[in-house]
Design a protein around this ligand. Structure first.
Ligand SMILES: Cc1cc2nc3c(=O)[nH]c(=O)nc-3n(C[C@H](O)[C@H](O)[C@H](O)COP(=O)(O)OP(=O)(O)OC[C@H]3O[C@@H](n4cnc5c(N)ncnc54)[C@H](O)[C@@H]3O)c2cc1C
Length: 504
């Protein structure tokens, strides 16, 4: 039985405790034990379609859930049926005759939508393959992470959704297999999954980043690269103002040479205290890719610098003693940050997956971001720090870098992006300071987008303006997938309506 009901109608709180669904009936989609993935998908997709019909008959809207991590409450829908996908998490190899001629089946993996990024990473690495990027944590489901355009700071790559080559999506109208027009999987394979093939570049570009509004994603075909090692350098350094200009033009080598190794880094991340950012040490993390070798000395996640989430520990203190926030924030940063391995320490190595962490729940988290054209970095950074210094708010400011990402609604829409995150304890003051930050960027004419999964104060007018023609293309694709307004209504929620993604 792929779908089971979990208890009776009640309350559900998301993982980090930022939102609550009232009067929610919870269901779980569970993996079976079919030897072939395509058979498992056919059974699960049929069950999901029946479940959608039952929800409609019961007069309830539906909300698919991944790990429930998103603090933007994009996973929250009251008076609804919730579908937990977390236990629908098997991964399958793909054989050469399952794909179109000329494609490398060994690079691809069939992934059930609820598999965690961590699980996908482990399965790939066991086969000598690897993801090429992901978020800083790996406890999201693959479908959930892709739905919001999750990313890390791999300079030459986009978002996690760029790994998706094809996907199965279920709507009340059908079970569809969406892939680019050039095709990926064989007709026989798609037929065996019980899906109707939709080989269409527009639909694929929309479905790569669906924000939970296009149907229930049940499976993904995930691409990979040969596995590689990363060498991390993690240190506390006082960064010179001039170094921001190097980052803005993409001279990461110069930045790395100044603060870590004189090598081209593959990943650069800088976490700063916005109060005196050039006087107080910033937390820097660099990753350098190296060829895989089986005999690398194994390191612990702590030695690899995986995870940094102790900031919320001092939340109450920062809120109660705003006059001391600069010093307290610096103290919190030090507490939460594993300094080292530094340049002079013995090198440590790990795979991509070993360098990530699944996170514990972060109660009272504030978490927002803006993505800008990297060329605007120096000016935007100074504006942002000035706002926090003047108006308070207890967040650290994190800089990450990435290429343009796939998906019509990918926030990383510039050729080269700087993503500026604001993470800290949840408080009214912090939320107000963030609101002032985005007002200031607007006033100064800095173009930016926001993360779908974070608490970014977005509204429908702003979404339409930020994404322009790409937003209209996404809406047209949605209306092709869900042509019946009653079907679109099924996926509505207050949050998605507010973003203009589900309004008829
Ligand atoms: C501690 C923490 C660290 C984070 N780190 C990063 C980071 O480094 N980089 C970054 O970019 N983001 C980061 N995020 C944001 C996070 O990656 C996103 O919020 C991500 O979407 C969460 O995935 P999830 O599986 O929990 O999805 P959920 O929060 O459960 O769902 C997200 C959306 O996807 C939809 N959805 C989920 N599964 C399906 C499905 N099977 N079919 C259709 N729709 C579906 C939901 O309905 C919802 O709209 C972080 C968040 C937290 C709380």
């Amino acid at each position: 039985m792929p779908i089971v009901q979990l208890g009776s109608e009640g309350r559900w709180r998301n993982y980090h405790g930022t939102g609550t669904c009232e009067a929610a009936t919870r269901f779980a989609l569970r993996a079976g034990d079919a030897p072939r993935g395509r058979d498992e998908l056919a059974a699960a997709a049929r069950a999901v379609q029946v479940w959608l019909a039952d929800a409609a008959a019961a007069g309830r809207r539906v909300r698919p859930l991944g790990a429930g991590w998103s603090p933007s409450n994009i996973n929250i829908a009251s008076e609804s049926w919730l579908l937990h996908t977390r236990r629908f998490n098997r991964c399958f190899r793909i054989a050469a005759d399952d794909v179109r001629p000329g494609l490398d089946a060994a690079a691809l993996m069939l992934v059930e939508a609820g598999a965690l990024v961590d699980e996908v990473s482990d399965k790939l690495e066991a086969q000598g393959r690897s993801l090429w990027t992901s978020g800083a944590g790996n406890g999201q489901t693959f479908a959930g992470a892709a739905a919001t355009g999750t990313h890390g700071s791999m300079i030459a790559h986009g978002g996690i959704q760029d790994h998706i080559r094809a996907l199965q999506i279920v709507t009340p109208a059908g079970i569809f297999w969406i892939e680019p027009a050039a095709g990926v999987m064989s007709d026989a394979f798609i037929a065996a999954t019980g899906s109707v093939p939709l080989r269409d570049d527009e639909l694929f570009a929309a479905a790569q980043l669906p924000v939970g509004a296009l149907g229930i994603v049940t499976a993904l075909v995930v691409d990979s690269v040969p596995r590689f090692l990363i060498r991390p350098i993690q240190n506390l350094r006082t960064v010179d103002r001039a170094a921001l200009a190097w980052l803005a033009v993409g001279d990461f080598r110069r930045f790395s040479a100044a603060y870590a190794l004189d090598r081209d880094p593959d990943f650069v991340q800088m976490i700063v205290n916005p109060y005196k950012p050039f006087k107080r040490p910033a937390m820097l993390r660099f990753l350098y890719r190296e060829p895989w070798r089986d005999d690398y000395p194994r390191a612990t996640p702590g030695q690899l610098g995986a995870g940094y989430d102790a900031l919320s520990l001092l939340g109450r203190l920062l809120n109660d003693y705003p006059w001391a926030r600069g010093a307290l924030l610096q103290y919190a940063m030090k507490l939460g940050y594993a300094s080292g391995p530094d340049v002079d320490d013995p090198p440590v190595y790990g795979s991509w997956g070993e360098g990530l962490d699944t996170h514990r729940p972060l109660a009272d988290l504030f978490n927002a971001s803006v993505t800008i054209d990297r060329a605007d970095l120096a000016r935007a950074f100074e504006l942002i720090c000035a706002v926090y210094a003047r108006h308070g708010g207890s967040t650290v400011v994190t800089l990450r870098f990435m290429r343009r990402a796939g998906g019509l609604l990918a926030p990383a829409r510039f050729a080269h992006n700087a993503v500026i995150d604001f993470d800290g304890p949840r408080s009214r003051r912090t939320a107000e300071a963030y609101a002032r930050v985005v007002d200031r960027l607007d006033a100064e004419g800095v173009a930016f987008t926001r993360h779908w999964g974070k608490s970014c104060n977005l509204d429908a007018a702003r979404v339409a303006a930020d994404y322009g023609e790409d937003f209209r293309r996404w809406c047209r694709a949605r209306d092709r997938l869900l042509p019946d307004p009653a079907h679109r209504t099924l996926f509505r929620s207050a949050v998605l309506d507010g973003l203009g993604l589900t309004c008829p």
